[in-house]
Design a protein around this ligand. Structure first.
Ligand code: ADP
Length: 215
């Protein structure tokens, strides 16, 4: 299973990314975690990216794309859950090229939908628990602004490619997790079982998710 997770900050990408990755036994590649790890370890890359992270700005493409290429090469053509990239249309195109080259194009772009007020509440609650430098009100607003400006529009592209699945992520995390796994299991059967079928659009009624596999 090859999954791209696309969602605003606070929607639960990290939480659901771990759930999906452990269910399918694939690596969870989270660009934010990889970047924060560099900052914590004080590497040269960490020093370069820290200011971007602290301000909620996007790190330059070449840095994040190189990270993902390395992680994809380590995953050796298998499955993955990619969390945090693409965040822009140019990253989406570059990722597609890398994935084609390594024979790892995504089966599904999973979009987690959450209303803004709930996102802000979740991020402020997390700030108290984890103290992430970018979970302050000002930086949260900037991250949300960037999400709507440059990330949200790429969903349309995945819709056109026929791999977009949108789920309601307003409910408690374990409900959302079960919903996602149900949708992905149905999708897996379509992908594994019937190559012909995968070329037609599929609608999952009652699950609130709709997808069609790419032609
Ligand atoms: P969130 O989605 O909650 O903002 P992430 O952990 O995914 O959290 O990302 C944290 C920060 O890492 C972002 O605000 C940005 O500075 C940087 N980052 C992560 N992924 C990317 C990416 N694909 N392109 C540019 N910057 C990124």
């Amino acid at each position: 299973m090859k999954v791209l997770l696309i969602a605003p900050p606070g929607a639960g990408k990290g939480t659901q990314g771990v759930v999906i990755a452990s269910h399918f036994g694939v690596p969870h590649i989270a660009t934010g975690d990889l970047l924060r790890d560099h900052v914590t370890r004080g590497t040269e890359l960490g020093r370069t990216v820290q200011q971007f992270l602290d301000r909620g700005e996007l790190v330059p493409d070449e840095i994040v794309l190189e990270m993902v290429r390395e992680a994809f090469e380590a995953a050796q053509g298998g499955g993955y859950v990619l969390d945090g990239l693409p965040r822009t249309m140019s990253q989406a195109r570059a990722l597609y090229e890398i994935a084609v080259e390594l024979n790892m194009t995504a089966d599904v772009a999973l979009h987690l939908q959450v209303r803004d007020a709930e996102l802000v509440n979740r991020l402020l609650a997390r700030a108290k628990l984890q103290g992430r430098a970018d979970d302050t009100e000002v930086v949260i607003q900037r991250r949300l602004e960037l999400y709507y400006e440059v990330t949200h529009p790429i969903l349309e592209w995945y819709g056109e490619r026929g791999i977009l699945v949108s789920v309601d992520a307003m409910r408690p995390a374990d409900h959302v997790g079960r919903h996602i796994l149900t949708a992905l299991e149905v999708l897996r059967q379509v992908i594994d079982g019937s190559p012909g079928l995968s070329r037609r659009p599929v609608v999952l009624t009652g699950l609130g998710a709709a997808f069609g596999a790419s032609a």
